[in-house]
Design a protein around this ligand. Structure first.
Ligand code: ZN
Length: 165
């Protein structure tokens, strides 16, 4: 078994969609970033890369690369899934927390977990998404940004298979 953790932070700005866990959230602002800035998927993807001992998300998907401009982070996470399989690991479980002042994410949580489980080819029971507020403190509480934390446990796969990236 291997364990990985990660944190990601993006700025909240006007004229951007708010995408979390591959779900478009109704909100007047969105997250700024080179890709769709899905802070939750970035944290999960980076935690998997960390568990594999392969550095960070930026090394694998540089934000200077035009091919990642505006890209859905679901695609980045799918690439990380291939990387994980090629290293002969699969998801044990994922726990994650989104730090966001508003809106409330309760109604989106199930869809986020379903999206993540689908891309990572695991059961939805292996994925947990939580959200907490900043209580008006710091960049989260002041609605200047959103952060996400993820912890991932990977299990060694019994059968070796290779997926071409
Ligand atoms: Zn990010």
């Amino acid at each position: 078994m291997r364990i990985g953790q990660a944190i990601d932070i993006h700025q909240l700005v006007e004229n951007r969609d708010l995408i979390l866990g591959g779900v478009k959230i109704e909100h007047e602002k969105g997250l700024l970033g080179h890709s769709d800035a899905d802070v939750l998927l970035h944290a999960i993807a980076e935690a998997i890369i960390g568990a594999l001992g392969l550095g960070d998300l930026g090394t694998h998907f540089p934000d200077t690369d035009e091919k990642y401009k505006g890209i859905s982070s679901m695609i980045l996470l799918a690439e990380v899934e291939k990387l994980m399989v090629n290293h002969n690991y699969e998801i044990g479980n994922i726990d994650s927390t989104i730090l966001i002042e508003e809106p409330k994410l309760v109604k989106y949580k199930e869809e986020m977990e379903k999206n993540i489980a689908e891309v990572l080819k695991c059961d939805v029971s292996q994925v947990n998404v939580k959200a907490t507020r900043g209580e008006k403190l710091g960049f989260v509480g002041e609605k200047k940004g959103v952060a996400a934390l993820a912890t991932v446990v990977l299990k060694e796969r019994e059968k070796v298979e290779y997926v071409h990236i």
